[in-house]
Design a binder for this molecule. Structure first.
Ligand code: GTP
Ligand code: IMP
Ligand code: MG
Length: 345
């Protein structure tokens, strides 16, 4: 499998990027936690907008609902970094450091932007953001406005963050120069990108694979593998068009209902969109696809771990994705737990 493949283009080290293919909540947390438990990852670096994300990691029977901490946090040998392109909320960060017990190995870039209560209040009072766009109310958009105005305070300006401050780009490039492996974890997803998404119903920055690298300060020539995660059906929270959207009764009848990790909203749902998947694969330069919630689309796959378990219908679905996108579906997730996964070499 490519995760352990040889170094490309003579570069030292290995960089694996994981990003969402549709509108977020594809189950990136699940895929990242598998990769982090299976391979020796020296560093996991969080990219993406900030605490507007909510991802779910199930590890050793414990379910973690995280907003800032990368999903690959649990290995004692892995150092955790939050890049300068990401926004943090000081109290959410400190709380998650505590919950995940990672105080000795988590670092924040000195230039990571910090969201204040004022940003949250401003966002919650904005009819445009909350009403029209369906923002999460986490203050990310309003903080990024201040960042663009060059007014936003950065992590280095906060006393409680002092013990965690570092230069993330230096650290990650040093790890790579020593032949280490860095996992870059995106949040949100391709069609929530400010540039490539369904504007204006998008988040407040670019969140594609290229942006994820920039968020943490790694150059594009160092990327070895880009895993784009798709769910077996499409979901979307907030506003904006969704091709093939089903009404709420039909979503429940199909057992596709999900509720937002951050907002608790019922996620809107539609069948898998092959055309969008192809576009996502191209924008991100995907090398592999991970497909989640296959147990929901094909209940007979629940908990399966081997390719023998793939039924004719599920295999046809997988092969159609490969045919339409030109990229191999390497990971097939069959349940929320890390071990419920089929690997196709
Ligand atoms: P974002 O960073 O917001 O995109 O989060 P995420 O992609 O990690 O997804 P999120 O946790 O918001 O939602 C995914 C949900 O699906 C979680 O409750 C996961 O535990 C669950 N999940 C992930 N993979 C599978 C799967 O293959 N089958 C089932 N049944 N559930 C899954
Ligand atoms: P904002 O980034 O909070 O301003 O939200 C803008 C849009 O992106 C809204 O439609 C949100 O629902 C959506 N969004 C932001 N972050 C996520 C995420 O992590 N998962 C799914 N949707 C998200
Ligand atoms: Mg989510």
């Amino acid at each position: 499998m490519n995760v352990v493949s040889e170094t490309v283009r003579g570069q030292k080290g290995r960089v694996i990027i994981v990003v969402g293919g549709f509108w977020g909540d594809e189950g990136k947390g699940k895929i990242v936690s598998y990769i982090a438990s299976k391979y020796r990852i020296d560093a996991v670096a969080r990219a993406g907008t900030g605490p507007n994300a909510g991802h779910t990691v199930v590890h050793d029977g414990v379910t973690y609902k995280l907003r800032l901490m990368p999903s690959g946090f649990f290995s004692e040998n892995t150092r955790i970094f939050i890049g300068p392109g990401v926004l943090i909320n000081e109290s959410i960060f400190l709380q998650e450091v505590d919950t995940c017990k990672v105080e000795n190995r988590v670092f924040v870039d000195r230039h990571t932007g910090v969201i204040t209560e004022e940003h949250i209040e401003l966002e919650k009072a904005s009819q445009h953001l909350m009403g029209k766009i369906g923002s999460t109310g986490s203050g990310c958009g309003t903080a990024n406005v201040d960042r663009i105005k060059r007014k936003l305070k950065l992590a280095k300006d906060y006393n409680k963050l002092k013990p965690f401050i570092t230069d993330v780009s230096e650290e990650l490039n040093d790890i790579l120069d020593n032949n280490g492996t860095v996992l870059v974890e995106g949040s949100q997803a391709t069609f929530l990108s400010l540039y490539h998404g369904t504007y204006p119903f998008v988040t407040s920055k670019d969140v594609t694979a290229s942006a994820a690298l920039s968020d943490v300060g790694i150059g594009p020539t160092r990327a070895t593998e880009v895993i784009v995660v798709f769910k077996a059906f499409v979901t979307r929270v907030g506003e904006g068009h969704l091709d093939g959207e089903l009404d709420a009764d039909e979503v429940i009848r199909r057992n596709w209902q999900e509720y937002g990790t951050v907002t608790g909203r019922l996620r809107r749902a539609a069948p898998f969109d092959f055309k969008l998947a192809r576009k996502a694969v191209r924008i991100n330069g995907a090398t592999n696809i991970a497909l989640t919630k296959m147990d929901i689309l094909f209940p007979e796959l629940k908990g399966a771990t081997t390719t023998d378990a793939l039924t004719k219908a599920s295999l046809e679905f997988i092969e159609k994705i490969e045919e339409k996108t030109g990229v191999r579906v390497t990971y097939i997730s069959t349940g929320p737990e890390a071990k419920a996964l089929i690997i196709r070499e």
